[in-house]
Write a protein that binds this ligand. Structure first.
Ligand code: FAD
Ligand code: MG
Ligand code: MG
Ligand code: MG
Ligand code: MG
Length: 554
């Protein structure tokens, strides 16, 4: 960068001396970013915005710290404390970025343009629509709720995706308590109104249940003593266990804590219909259907694709997929210069068996038609970068080195002197692709992808000039990129369980549970805040709650 700008200054001085008009600087490439969630903001924060002309589109002019949304539902943390204005983020970092509060409703990859509609309404011409063209498009639109077309869910259930949702839930919980406090209401009716049902036992549903339970026992029971006995919380989960993406030990710990708390777990039930006052559930084993009366229901059973992504996928021939597929460099392979990160996309990891003949040819440097251990070792690093499943497979089979893997193909030969032909090579690697892992839809993944992609953008020029990189083997996918493919680094995950207890799964098969883990949670989430402003707000909300309890007014 210094060399380039230095060169520019020299060139300018030269031409000025020659009394010619200075050559205009080369046009900056236009980068359009869709979305200001975890993925979008992480990309923008790390992008060297002096190299590009950057435009950002999002219907919400703030970033929301989603992991604290469950705390907003019960007033443990205020909504204002978990959002950071987008313009403020750019201003603070001194970024030259244009932001438009609008929704993208169509991506046109052939014209390299996006069609947007103002989120605040139309202008004087009665038209809030506009079009932006791009050289590079970064799609970071996130996901939407998925009702799996269950009747009544859209109309009657709450969701917990956005800040507004959390605020609506908070209001609605208090509504239920006030409604049940009105005189002349039968006991049966009170039980119904105060039955809070959470559909989906994943991390969000579980954390919300825990928050709600704390809110009840710590605050509402004192404020509504007459009806406290009628309150019930139920989690309906179609699988056998809640928190099934976590370590089994955590699921067991959470289930027994909830049992002690009196939170009912209905596992093995599927919701098939929701009406205004009851939920129809079907027992998966017996097929028997039952009606569950409820006062308030929260649906947190899955994520779906936004319409604009579905439309785009149809245009590029990905109509049959659930999420927008990218290659391991996060680029949408079917079109030019479009990248996708975060919950709206999923990486399709290339299978080693699809490239096995090419790999064999590249590795066989002396064209002998066979590979020695040395020949294999020479390309091993490249193979492991390009196909992470190789390492995962060896680890899962407790293999120490590649020779163990290859020996499976050639039988009982001596490690050092073994030689494999193509058939044996194929046989040795044929199960490796079973270890291909998909990355989960989490903030952690979205943020790492945003960071990685910005890094690629920052180094693009360098890579065009120096195309040789670690991917000598099958750099086919990404031409001039000498980047390693994106690799997710799992830093662990938390499950706050209420009553000042939490469970955590940390790297290295480490599980921690209980009160100290809750303190770890507090410190991690305080440190993860995007600004000192939100950090102070969140910590003071927690302190306020410790001292005064939660605010139960609407
Ligand atoms: P989002 O963060 O959803 O961002 C999408 C962005 O696109 C938003 O700015 C949105 O306004 C914008 N947008 C939407 N439509 C359009 C459009 N048409 N045009 C332009 N812009 C648009 N993950 C964890 O790792 N740990 C947790 O503890 C955790 N807790 C969670 C708790 C809750 C309640 C929820 C809902 C999620 C939680 N997650 C957690 C998951 C995490 O929030 C998501 O994985 C993450 O937000 C994905 O980032 P993203 O940028 O892809 O999408
Ligand atoms: Mg985003
Ligand atoms: Mg977000
Ligand atoms: Mg994703
Ligand atoms: Mg050879």
């Amino acid at each position: 960068l210094t060399a380039a700008s230095g060169g520019g200054i020299v060139a300018y001085a030269d031409s000025a001396r020659a009394e010619e008009a200075p050559e205009p600087p080369p046009r900056k490439k236009k980068v359009v970013v869709l979305g200001t969630g975890w993925a979008g903001t992480s990309f923008l924060k790390n992008l060297d915005s002096s190299r590009y002309e950057v435009k950002v589109i999002s219907p919400r002019n703030y970033f929301a710290f989603t992991p604290l949304l469950p705390s907003v539902t019960c007033g443990t943390v205020e909504a204002r404390s978990v959002v950071e204005p987008i313009r403020r983020m750019f201003e603070k970092k001194g970024k030259d970025v244009a932001y438009y509060e609008a929704e993208c409703f169509k991506i046109d990859p052939t014209k390299k343009a996006v069609h947007c509609r103002s989120a605040v309404g139309t202008n004087l011409d009665g038209n809030g629509d506009f079009m932006l063209d791009y050289d590079y498009l970064v799609v970071a639109l996130g996901a939407t709720v998925n009702t799996f077309n269950t009747p009544g869910v859209m109309e009657h259930c709450h969701f917990l995706k956005e800040v507004e949702d959390a605020q609506k839930i908070r209001k609605s919980v208090i509504d239920c308590f006030e409604r049940a406090s009105i005189p002349n209401i039968s006991e049966e009716e009170k039980r119904k109104i105060l039955h809070f049902v959470i559909i989906g036992g994943g991390p969000t549903g579980v954390e919300f249940a825990a928050e709600l339970h704390d809110f009840l026992v710590e605050d509402l029971v004192k404020l509504y003593p007459a009806i406290a006995q009628f309150v019930k919380i139920t989690i309906i989960q179609s699988g056998e266990h809640i928190l099934n993406t976590f370590d089994q030990r955590i699921a067991v710990f959470a289930e027994s804590k909830f049992q002690r708390d009196g939170i009912e777990l209905s596992t093995g039930f599927r919701v098939i219909k929701v009406s205004d006052d009851s939920i129809t559930v079907k027992c998966k084993s017996s097929g028997v259907e039952t009606l569950v009366p409820y006062g308030m229901a929260i649906w947190s059973a899955g994520i779906g694709t936004r319409p604009v992504i579905t439309d785009f996928m149809n245009q590029v021939g990905q109509g049959k997929r659930r999420a927008l597929a990218t290659n391991e460099w996060l680029r949408v392979p079917e079109c030019d210069s479009v990248y996708a990160i975060g919950d709206c996309s999923s990486i399709s990891q290339r299978k080693i068996m699809e490239d096995i003949s090419t790999i064999f040819k590249v590795a066989d440097k002396d064209n002998s038609g066979t590979l020695t251990l040395k020949e294999i070792n020479d390309v091993l690093e490249d193979i492991c970068i390009r196909y992470p499943q190789v390492e995962l497979y060896m680890k899962s089979m407790h293999m120490v080195d590649i020779a163990d893997l290859i020996k499976g193909g050639v039988g009982d030969s001596n490690k050092e002197s073994m030689v494999v032909n193509i058939e044996e090579f194929k046989k040795a690697l044929c199960h490796v692709d079973s270890q291909v892992k998909t990355v989960p839809a989490t903030a952690q993944v979205a943020a790492q992808q945003g960071y990685y992609l910005a890094d690629c953008f920052n180094k693009k020029d360098h890579c065009v000039e120096h195309p040789e990189g670690p991917l000598r083997l099958t750099g086919s996918g990404e031409g001039h990129h000498n980047f390693r493919p994106f690799r997710y680094k799992h830093l662990g995950q938390f499950a706050p369980l209420g009553g000042e207890q939490a469970a955590a799964e940390l790297p290295g098969d480490w599980v921690s549970m209980g009160h100290s883990t809750q303190w770890l949670w507090y410190s991690v989430y305080a440190s993860k805040q995007v600004s000192w402003r939100t950090r102070v707000l969140v910590v003071s909300d927690w302190t306020r709650r410790f001292i005064f309890g939660r605010d139960s007014s609407r």
